[in-house]
Design a protein around this ligand. Structure first.
Ligand code: ADP
Length: 367
């Protein structure tokens, strides 16, 4: 049914009218309205009821809710005084079925590279783990998959396992985290040219073809930037919300704003913003220098109403332990305030995720 075109003239008049009303339903994630896109099927009118099925190509909860609400309004607008029943479905149920087993899907994003997105993603995951949560990390940074290296797992490879006749990938276990990375599957020394459909397919497969089991949190390290690759990725999996990492520099803030707008346009909630490299902590005298400026992200968060999740200083321990396979959060010589900063950010992220998670997931998984 999905994607098939129907000859509208052959439809009974009421059904045609109801279908036409649904042409007003659009979401910024789609190029055209839901009827033109071929998402609408099984429109029926009769016995006091208008019903329709809308099959979306994405399992995104916010997009589904937006489309359902618009569809109900459009049909109410007909003024027929009938019960309205919209059935929402996801094309390729596998992605949707995988979703309820993961409580929070947290996408870590940045407007540009080099701001510490992967560093924040990996330390955030470890800080969540330290709270006794079951945590997975999905390194989707196709341009520079660095998380295996950061967790000392660069030489490991996931094995496959058959589940109900299907080959599935078993995540690599590292520091108590379940890890899957584009870096495991491509040759690190050979550049990979990813085209749109490949990017889309790859992330979706990491969702549906990996044995994540029950997870409290899946942290996704997105590729830096706000182009098509990032867009297709966030749309192809049911993201609870995004965390935007930035430095306080003006140029980085411009890109962080772009990232914020991208999520807003695609109805992905922004859980908040993390200011990384906010001040330089001298390891000898503890003197703090605001190398990239000060407070820019907090001010912007204040102005726009985006939650400010916290700030991480520039510290040699963070860089060194990013390279030695034992991230700062778990390294014994990391200064306590740095560990505390990640712990606090993890707490804020969970608070925001609770606020943004669709209600049915809270019911089905409990806490
Ligand atoms: P991105 O994922 O945004 O490209 P990375 O997380 O790979 O950025 O970080 C880029 C470099 O900066 C890495 O060498 C990392 O160790 C270092 N780095 C990131 N955050 C900090 C920090 N707060 N203090 C010191 N070094 C940092």
């Amino acid at each position: 049914m999905f994607g098939k075109k129907k000859n509208d003239d052959a439809l009974p008049p009421f059904v045609r009218e109801a279908t036409d009303a649904l042409r007003a339903v659009r979401d910024p994630a789609f190029k055209a309205d839901v009827v033109t896109m071929g998402f609408v099927s099984d429109v029926a009118v009769g016995e006091g009821r208008i019903s329709a099925r809308i099959t979306l190509p994405t399992p995104s909860g916010p997009i589904r809710d937006n489309v359902r609400k618009q569809a109900e309004e459009a049909l109410r607008g007909l003024g027929w005084d009938m019960e309205i029943a919209i059935e929402m479905k996801v094309a390729g149920q596998a992605a949707a079925e995988a979703a309820p087993r993961i409580r929070n899907v947290i996408a870590v994003a940045s407007g540009k590279g080099g701001v510490g997105k992967s560093t924040v993603a990996v330390n955030l995951a470890l800080a969540l783990k330290a709270r006794g949560r079951r945590v997975g990390v999905l390194d989707a940074d196709i341009y520079g998959p660095s998380i295996p290296h950061m967790l000392g797992a660069a030489l490991q490879r996931p094995v496959t396992s058959q589940v109900m006749g299907k080959d599935m990938l078993v995540p690599v276990e590292r520091q108590g985290l379940r890890l899957m990375s584009m870096g495991f599957l491509v040759d690190a020394d050979k550049p990979v040219i990813w085209r749109g459909p490949m990017v889309h397919g790859a992330l979706k497969q990491f969702f549906t073809d990996v044995i994540w089991d029950e997870l409290d949190d899946l942290v996704i390290d997105l590729p830096p930037g706000t182009g098509d690759a990032q867009l297709t990725m966030v749309q192809s999996v049911p993201v609870t919300g995004a965390v935007i990492v930035t430095t306080p520099q003006d140029v980085a803030m411009i890109d962080a704003r772009k990232a914020f707008n991208m999520f807003r346009e695609t109805n992905v909630p922004v859980l908040g913003i993390v200011e990384n490299m906010s001040v330089f902590c001298c390891p000898n005298c503890d003197h703090e220098t605001p190398i990239f400026g000060e407070g820019g992200a907090a001010r912007w968060a204040d102005q726009t109403g985006v939650p400010f999740l916290g700030r991480i200083p520039i510290h040699i321990a963070i860089r060194e332990h990013g390279d030695d396979g034992r991230p700062a959060f778990v390294a014994p010589d990391t200064p306590e305030p740095i560990r505390a900063a990640f712990t606090s950010i993890a707490g804020e992220v969970l608070t925001q995720a609770d606020t943004n998670r669709p209600p049915e997931k809270q019911l089905s998984l409990g806490s």
